[in-house]
Design a protein around this ligand. Structure first.
Ligand SMILES: [Zn+2]
Ligand SMILES: [Zn+2]
Length: 155
């Protein structure tokens, strides 16, 4: 469950566990393509000041395109998420703070899942650290060896 009843939260920390399929509307509009469902885990707990702190974890595999050689590959993603859910408008400038609206009946962490996943995956990946990329002249994949357009391998 990623939507937790406030009455349950008032009794103490609550586990947040969910599996979000790649086609889930929650992920619609994000520039990413999941190769497998997104597994969400973590604990949501009251801070005692009327807000709730979530320590979560997101795990999935993502279809990615190497930013140097444009090869498509699948990359594992496994990262922690921290988010504060608060009704206090003064705190809400922080990007990892999510507003709660009255009447407060539930805390739903799925919005934070979407935002934090998008943020974490906004860096374009490399298929490998030392990817040689494409020749800027002929477009050959230099991971396969030097190209034949005659351009020196090192400039
Ligand atoms: Zn590459
Ligand atoms: Zn070339």
């Amino acid at each position: 469950m990623l939507r937790i009843d406030i009455r349950e939260l008032r009794r103490g920390p609550v586990d947040t566990v969910g599996v979000i399929p790649a086609s889930d509307p929650l992920l619609e509009g994000l520039e990413l393509s999941l190769a497998e469902p997104l597994a969400v885990s973590g604990v949501l707990e009251p801070t005692g000041r009327g807000d709730f702190f979530w320590r979560g974890r997101l795990e999935t595999r993502v279809n990615a395109t190497c930013r140097r050689c444009l090869k498509e590959f699948v990359v594992s993603f496994d990262g922690p998420v921290e988010a504060l859910f608060t009704p206090d408008p003064d705190l809400q400038d922080d990007p990892s703070v999510y507003p709660l609206s009255e009447p407060l009946t539930h805390v739903d962490v799925s919005g934070a899942v979407r935002e934090e996943l998008a943020l974490a995956l906004s860096m374009y990946p490399l298929c490998r650290e030392d990817c040689a990329g494409l020749c800027p002249t002929c477009g050959a994949d230099l991971n396969q060896g030097p190209c034949s357009c005659g351009r020196p391998a090192s400039r």
